[in-house]
Design a protein around this ligand. Structure first.
Ligand SMILES: [Cu+2]
Length: 512
């Protein structure tokens, strides 16, 4: 008689998962903040232990085998202020050798508060956020609160702050919470290197009436380009590869290539997805499940919609509800489809180290039993009022490739020579972004929020959400509208980080 190793392995898996299920069941019944405390360390902390759990590639202790699926949840930064309407946190950027799931810690790794992604900055509408930031790295840096309508001085742009934050120095960031939804923060200097190294973290701002779903899970997507032999971050590519968009050869969810998540049939999961990749557009689907988009960059939608797969451009966010319709004991892979970054038949060769196929990026593992869940209804949408172009054209941007210069220009120039755009505050204003190049560019505008109303001559249905980062497909013009309620001087740029670092950026003044 022979022992079926596969079956034995499965039995072990079920046994290990049963232990987790107890804590997960409790999580389902707890208020959000307490659940988050219980789950502390289930998320980012794992990645911070890269040095001690680097057992090498053969150590399958926490690999995609999913021997120990993680309980849903996230780690918020501890609030140091007892006042109910103040969230005060300590934030430090430092060097950290973290393991992306290859078993080899990254010598050039960096992290916020010792984890990748950094811990969640969590607050609610109306709070005041105070961040005591310390730069423990040996490079100058700033932090950008991506998507938040803060003041220019707090926005992490050196020109508006005065000076960057020098090594060893501190900076006090402070801003009111005027937006709800899912955002992220990251460094804003030498971004292709520092965001790649791990300096990014989620921001979760709750609406006052928000009811926690059974599972509230930030999902930070990123890819790393590692040297095949050393498994260290590869040295800079050729200029041409930078120009084409540098795609990585390791795909990570929440800082690891081997995440697995424990689910119970019947639960409602809210995935808060952000793409922190340098250049990669992700196209996600979960085997056997449907994804329902309930929110975009700037909060919840009036009309949620279902998709088979979800394209997320660098810098963009989506809030997605996934009903746990799988079967107890089964596993389902979260897959990424290859996204064509360049136009089909374009003048550039498409090159993705991950190949042409679909790649597994994480696993959902169902425990035994079912739950009816706590039920979840999304908070009221904060709906933009247009749904169509408006009369007043603020600016028409033109994005063009300068192959000779090895760069992508905006209005014929690169930073800091792109002409200033001047517009008036509190006026419904339309902007057109014309992409005359052969590749996609994710366009990010700081300081204000926008609604996409037209893509390539096709009107976008009303009821879509707020956006601060939107894809401009090749040879396409995208029209967005904003009331521009946040005055000041704001940067706008391509969120392909190599493009931004190379000067695909400009400034817009919103006059009071
Ligand atoms: Cu670009």
């Amino acid at each position: 008689m022979t022992v079926d190793i596969t079956t034995a392995g499965a039995a072990l898996l079920v046994y290990q998962y049963a232990a987790h299920e107890v804590s997960m069941r409790s999580t389902l019944l707890l208020p959000l903040s307490l659940a988050a405390c219980m789950n502390a360390g289930m998320d980012g902390k794992d990645t911070a232990s890269g040095v001690d759990d680097s057992g090498g590639p053969d150590d399958t202790g926490d690999t995609g085998d999913s021997a120990t699926p993680e309980v849903c949840g996230y780690t918020p930064m501890p609030d140091l202020d007892a006042a109910p309407d103040v969230v005060e946190v300590d934030l430090t950027a430092s060097a950290l050798e973290w393991d992306p799931g290859t078993g080899v810690p990254l010598a050039a790794g960096m992290a916020f508060n010792g984890s990748v992604p950094g811990p969640v900055l969590e607050a609610k509408l109306g709070d005041t956020v105070k961040v005591h930031f310390t730069n423990d790295l040996d490079i100058e840096m700033t932090i950008h609160w991506h998507g938040l309508r803060v003041t220019p001085e707090m926005d992490g742009i050196m020109q508006m702050m005065g000076d960057p934050i020098e090594p060893g120095e501190s900076f006090e960031y402070e801003f009111p919470v005027v937006d709800t939804g899912f955002y992220w923060f990251h460094t804003h200097m030498d971004t292709a290197t520092t965001i790649e190294a791990g300096l990014y973290a989620p921001i979760l701002f709750h609406a006052p009436d928000e009811v926690a779903p059974d599972c509230d899970q930030p999902m930070v997507l990123d890819d790393l380009l590692l040297d095949e032999d050393t498994r260290q971050i590869a040295p800079p590519d050729t200029d041409m590869m930078q120009l084409m968009g540098r795609l990585g050869n390791v795909l990570m969810v929440n800082g690891r290539s081997d995440r697995s998540y424990a689910w119970t049939k019947g639960q409602t999961t809210l995935w808060r997805v952000v793409n922190a990749s340098n250049a990669r557009y992700w196209d996600l689907y979960l085997e056997g499940h449907q994804l329902t988009v309930v929110g975009t960059d700037g909060g919840f939608l009036a009309v949620p919609y279902s998709v088979d797969d979800l394209v997320v451009a660098p810098g963009e966010r989506y809030m997605v509800v996934v009903e746990a319709s799988g079967e107890p004991g089964e596993r389902y892979r979260l897959m990424n489809k290859r996204f064509q970054l360049h136009e089909e038949g374009g003048d550039m060769v498409e090159g993705d180290p991950m190949g042409d196929g679909d790649n597994p990026v994480a696993t959902v593992v169902y425990g035994e039993g079912e739950t009816t869940g706590t039920g979840w209804t999304q908070p009221a949408p904060d709906v933009p009022g247009w749904g169509a172009p408006v009369e007043n054209l603020g600016h028409h941007w033109l994005l063009e490739e300068d192959m000779m210069g090895g760069t992508v220009t905006i209005d014929g120039a690169t930073w800091p020579d792109v002409p200033m755009v001047d517009v008036a505050m509190n006026v419904d204003t339309m902007f057109e972004v014309e992409n005359a190049s052969e590749m996609h560019h994710p366009f990010h505008i700081h300081g204000n929020r926008f609604q996409v109303v037209d893509v390539g001559g096709e009107p976008v249905p009303a009821g879509q959400g707020w956006k601060d980062t939107f894809d401009i497909p090749p040879r396409t013009t995208v029209t967005v509208v904003s009331a521009l309620d946040n005055p000041g001087e704001w940067m706008y740029h391509c969120h392909i980080l190599e493009h931004a670092d190379d000067g695909m950026a400009g400034l817009m003044t919103v006059e009071e």
